[in-house]
Ligand binder design. Structure first.
Ligand code: ADP
Length: 541
């Protein structure tokens, strides 16, 4: 092709940025509802004007290109608006996990060098403590909420007053380069200090587009915010819903007593949640639980959903979609894309298929299960274990101020997920464990997920996690930690073990069962590292 004289220019090359979704939504659907929060309704025209005001007020405070703006808040309009205002200033948005303690918040504020922190009043104790420990804390803006009356002010300037001082005509700018950073999200740091994942405009645009496409979001969609927006920008739905022109329904607290009536009241069509959230909906008291006649799509991931959870959720009338990904991949990277021939399968078999992590989402460039030592593919036999690796425009730029971790994550030209998987003959990947969670007993690998899958089927079990227990003879044996349902009655460890032995190879069955509540990470995942510590203590005792 003799096209060398046809260079890029501003007519034929525009940086990809999800900011453009809001600009278009306001133009197209200015009068449609963009945000529902309690009794409030914000249209797309207002959402854009509010985002412009926020950007201009932040600029007044000295925020400019490349600066970090942190937000710590539950799912309220301010956090959504920050997803457009901050990138529109060419600054970087750093949403902070609301469940962190003050030391965790302080670590992120220091590491990210945040200039401004927008903080919800409800989080005042931890936020104040974190800021008090810093010599040069970020400037604080206080987010008040009509739904939480009576809380004392956290800072001199309240969010709405801050917006009121901003300019509703302020120009939100697309990035100079689509590779510029848009966000900074911290991993939960289960093993070491959290790592700061830097994402870019292009990846956010592509991932959000893939989600809208995969889940059929339209201007009629009503999306309920059961997934924290701070977690990978709400798996990029903070942008996908706006792209489609659907309505964002904010929710401060994941509580089935709020969720079921809100689904009914607002005609919710889509929501996301970790498997623990699905489990919470399934086990909600009968007085709260509702069955809906229309289809409601629920996207789950973040941890492996046991197939029984999928099955029960479908029985409640939800259409379950399974996603897999990491903070490093803007959240969702693979999906369990549905195949029509599975429709005829009995629900239990369907759910087993759906529990597989699946195939690349529409805009993920490539996925492979490789032997990390040789970087060659494992056979697609559903048995050989390898590491799941990804390559995509929707993989992070790298870890902030951590070249060693960045280099390790990208070794050999693939992003190493740290998850061990098999590839089925149909090309669907199934995760067996995180590399650090796999149990090795007498030289055999035991997938903790497979044992948990069985435990979840026991009628008395509410939740379960399996970790390695040191063993003199076998090296490691499975140790199950189990939470029973409230109405379970008396269940002994032997009952649980016998249940597993009837369904699993004996070497995979738990040798030890401990009953009680399970420790969760700030993103609602079961903290296997602390269970492992308990298992180790158990043996040294
Ligand atoms: P953290 O590593 O701090 O938990 P992430 O949210 O980035 O933070 O977690 C990504 C990890 O979560 C993946 O590496 C994987 O182990 C697990 N995960 C996410 N989705 C799934 C899923 N659908 N099935 C199994 N594991 C999952």
């Amino acid at each position: 092709m003799h096209d060398r004289d046809l260079p890029r220019n501003s007519a034929n090359f525009v940086p990809l940025s999800p900011l453009s979704f809001l600009l278009r939504a306001a133009r197209l659907w200015g009068r449609r509802t963009a945000i529902i929060h309690g009794a409030r309704r914000i249209t797309y025209a207002e959402m854009l004007a509010r985002s412009r005001r926020l950007a201009s007020a932040l600029a007044e405070k000295g925020v400019g290109p490349g600066d970090t703006v942190a937000v710590i808040a539950p799912n309220v309009p301010a956090l959504l608006e920050a997803h457009y205002a901050v990138p529109g200033l060419r600054a970087v948005l750093c949403p902070i996990n609301t469940r962190l303690d003050s030391a965790g918040i302080e670590f992120i504020l220091r590491h990210s060098e945040a200039k401004i922190l927008l903080a919800d009043r409800e989080l005042a104790p931890n936020v104040s403590r974190a800021l008090a420990a810093m010599a040069d804390p970020p400037h604080l803006i206080d987010i008040a909420d009509a739904d939480m009356p009576g809380l004392p002010a956290l800072a001199a300037t309240e969010y709405e007053a801050f917006l009121a001082g901003g300019d509703p005509a302020f120009s939100l700018l697309l990035p100079e380069d689509e590779w510029d950073a848009i966000g900074l999200g911290y991993t939960s740091g289960t093993t070491a200090d959290p790592k700061g994942v830097v994402t870019h405009h292009r990846g956010a645009y592509l991932n959000a587009t893939a989600m809208a496409l995969e889940f059929g979001l339209t201007a009629e969609s009503v999306y309920l915010w059961t997934l924290p927006m701070f977690h990978c920008n709400g798996w990029t739905f903070t942008w996908s819903v706006t792209l489609a022109g659907g309505a964002h329904v904010c929710l401060r607290r994941v509580d089935p007593a709020l969720i079921f009536p809100m689904i009914a009241e607002h005609g919710v069509t889509h929501l996301c949640g970790a498997p623990v959230v699905l489990n919470m909906l399934i086990h909600a008291p009968a007085s709260v639980r509702q069955r809906f006649e229309r289809r409601i799509h629920i996207m789950t991931g973040g941890a492996a959903p046991p197939s029984i959870v999928i099955e029960r959720m479908e029985a409640l009338g939800f259409e379950v979609h399974h996603l897999y990904g990491l903070t490093e991949t803007y959240g969702p990277a693979t999906v369990n894309a549905w195949q029509p021939e599975r429709d005829a399968l009995p629900i239990a078999e369907k759910a087993l298929f759906m529990a597989r992590q699946g195939v690349p989402h529409p805009l993920l460039a490539d996925m492979a299960v490789l032997d990390p030592a040789t970087m060659t593919s494992v056979p697609a036999d559903g048995e050989t274990l390898g590491e799941l690796m990804l390559r995509s425009n929707t993989v992070m730029k790298g870890y902030l101020k951590n070249p060693a971790a960045t280099e390790a994550a990208f070794a050999g030209g693939w992003f190493h997920t740290g998850d061990l998987a098999v590839l089925h003959p149909d090309g669907y990947a199934e995760i067996k464990d995180r590399a650090k969670d796999i149990i090795i007993s007498g030289g055999e690998n035991i997938s903790s997920l497979e044992v948990e899958e069985t435990l979840f089927r026991h009628p008395a079990v509410l939740e379960a996690a399996v970790v390695a227990h040191p063993d003199e003879k076998w090296g490691e044996v499975p140790h199950a930690f189990v939470t029973l349902r409230e109405d379970a009655g008396a269940v002994a460890a032997e009952d649980i073990i016998a249940f597993c032995r009837a369904r699993l190879a004996h070497f995979k069955c738990p040798r030890i069962v401990t009953f009680g509540p399970l420790p969760k990470t700030s993103t609602g995942k079961i903290q296997k590292f602390s269970l492992r510590a308990l298992a180790r203590k158990d043996i040294s005792a």
